[in-house]
Design a protein around this ligand. Structure first.
Ligand code: LLP
Length: 453
């Protein structure tokens, strides 16, 4: 997939804007998104599915910034939400309620009522008790709720266990063996209207086969239902398509879409998909500054101003994010001054230029003599606070780094741990830069707190 973050004369740009300029204007840490990358990914999806009736429901949890939601809404997207808060965001961003599907195992009464009032497209119901609750609330409100059961197809997504959701032992969805009975029950309830079936087996999948296996199992159920006169209007095959962080080779959006179309061939239900990561992941980077270089006996540390509270994925999933120097021009690395003869040189790479380092853009053009291998860590008081292990870079204190592929589950999973205000977010559009979320202030962090006297 084309990258919108490229080097020009050894300076890293987002579209036509130097990341270094963004750091000067907005400070660091800062999330930077490319509008063209977001738009391009959405178009690829929509184009690949254009031969059949479909609805792309962007998974809001992957990046809920209003500017991102608004951009997708204007491109025609619907939304997959998992909370009342996400619905509120979608509506505030100009998204259409009737293009919203509501997933999640723990929908509260208040959330269900709010979604019914808003008139969402469908509730993806995940248990028998949720079905009862939905039916009661709809009947109390004099509404009819559109329902799809999220079926757990018991398929191994072959991804990180924390983000695998389609196995029997996971908390998600209705057990495959119980789905038919629950559909019969739902179909008989007057305030429910059975419209679809859905599944979502996990995230960051790098193969097509688990998606197909899940779809086939879902289709077998759809056919059983049809025999009983329960006809569905849509099939929601969830999200989960992976992206390249390191050396993964996930199917392209087109390959993935073609595989889905193939398995649905000959059917006429509307197809719903819920992609998150693949639409935003590679459209964003986390820009951070090196505060200190700290040489050690075994490891050298580059202490940066972004931390696990800004990007939790490395700490939580041991996830890999490529880290690039924003300025690749020659730097005189002061680390060499720290290193005396007794220092372990096992981590020092003399003459790194002799190694041909390959970046996504191709071979490195410039030659730097002072590369070292660093642990890239944040200032948080936990050993798990790292953004990358063993990264070879020629950097100085004050250098800027770009943590790549941070557009999905980056800002959305950030926290205020260590009383760190959350980062600013900007969206680049050609040569324009738009601040889409101001950096938080410390005052905002404790504005709701009260002392007990
Ligand atoms: N639909 C449902 C019901 C989901 O639970 C999810 C993600 C998606 C769609 C979107 O999946 P995607 O296309 O983004 O893979 N924090 C983790 C990922 C958690 C995914 C949770 N569910 C990470 O940083 O890798």
């Amino acid at each position: 997939m084309k990258s919108y973050f490229n080097y020009h004369r050894d300076q890293l740009f987002a579209e036509d804007v130097a990341l270094a300029d963004i750091a000067v204007r907005f400070g660091t840490p800062c999330y930077v998104y490319s509008r063209a990358a977001l738009t391009d990914a959405y178009h690829q999806f929509a184009d690949a599915l254009k031969t059949r009736e479909h609805l792309i429901c962007f998974a809001v949890k992957s990046n809920p910034n209003l500017a991102i939601l608004n951009l997708f809404a204007r491109l025609g997207s619907g939304f997959d939400i998992v909370s009342g808060g996400e619905l509120q965001r979608v509506l505030a961003a100009g998204g259409a309620a009737n293009k919203v599907v509501f997933s999640g195992v723990g929908k509260t009464e208040v959330e269900i009522q709010y979604a019914l009032e808003a008139g969402i497209l469908c509730f993806n119901v995940e248990s028998a008790s949720e079905l009862d609750r939905l039916s009661q609330i709809a009947s109390r409100m004099g509404e009819v709720a559109s329902v799809s059961l999220r079926v757990n197809p018991d398929v191994d997504a072959k991804t990180h266990p924390y983000i695998s959701t389609g196995l029997k032992q996971n908390k998600f969805g209705v057990a495959y063996t119980e789905a038919l009975a629950l559909y019969r029950k739902a179909a008989a309830l007057p305030h429910l209207h059975v419209t679809g079936m859905d599944c979502h087996i996990g995230s960051q999948l790098t193969e097509t086969s688990p998606f197909i296996a899940a779809a086939e199992k879902v289709l077998a159920l759809v056919e059983r239902l049809a025999l009983e006169g329960i006809k569905l209007e849509h099939l929601d095959l969830g999200g989960g398509l992976g992206i390249r962080y390191d050396d993964e080779t996930p199917p392209s959006i087109t390959e993935y879409a073609q595989a889905l179309l193939k398995v649905l061939h000959g059917r006429n239900e509307k197809l719903i998909v819920e992609p998150g990561r693949v639409l935003v992941g590679n459209a964003g980077v986390l820009l951070t500054k090196v505060e200190y270089l700290k040489p050690g006996e075994e490891k050298h540390f580059a202490i940066v101003d972004a931390a696990m509270n800004d990007l939790m994925r490395p700490a939580l999933y041991d996830a890999y994010h490529e880290i690039l120097e924003v300025d690749r021009r020659q730097v005189a690395n002061p680390l060499s001054n720290f290193l005396d003869e007794t220092t372990s040189h096992s981590t020092k790479l003399q003459n790194s230029a002799a190694k041909s380092l390959v970046t996504p853009e191709g071979e490195r053009t410039n030659v730097k003599g002072n590369s070292f291998i660093y642990e890239v860590v944040g200032p948080i008081c936990e050993t798990g606070d790292f953004l990358g292990h063993g990264r070879e870079m020629a950097i100085d204190q004050g250098s800027l780094l770009a943590v790549m592929s941070a557009g999905a589950y980056g800002m959305s999973m950030s926290s205020n741990y260590n009383s760190r205000p959350r980062a600013a977010e900007v969206m680049v559009d050609g040569s324009d830069v738009n601040l889409i979320r101001e950096r938080e202030t410390v005052q905002q962090l404790f504005a709701g707190e009260k002392m007990v006297v």
